[in-house]
Design a protein around this ligand. Structure first.
Ligand SMILES: [Zn+2]
Length: 81
């Protein structure tokens, strides 16, 4: 369903869509399978939509479809689920 995109930083084809909000069972299952990332319940309004499973960088998608690395309070590593 979701096309695999490449990480602009480490070139791994492991960009995953980040899902926000309280995770339903379906989202948890997807995260366990490595299909999505969980962004947490709190939405700030300008949150990255993509996360790299290889290097942990999260990215904002701009209007042209480009990906901008997003430095946030989550740091470099995404904690393991
Ligand atoms: Zn990466």
């Amino acid at each position: 369903m979701t096309e695999k995109r490449k990480c602009p930083k480490c070139r791994a084809a492991k960009l995953l869509p980040i899902m926000y909000g309280y995770p339903m069972e379906e989202a948890l299952e997807g995260a366990r399978r490595g299909e999505i990332m969980l962004g947490g319940c709190v939405v700030h309004g300008n949150d990255p939509q993509w996360g790299c499973a290889a290097c942990g960088t999260r990215f904002l998608e701009d209007d042209g479809g480009g990906l901008l690395p997003s430095e946030g309070p989550w740091g470099k590593k995404v904690p393991p689920l």
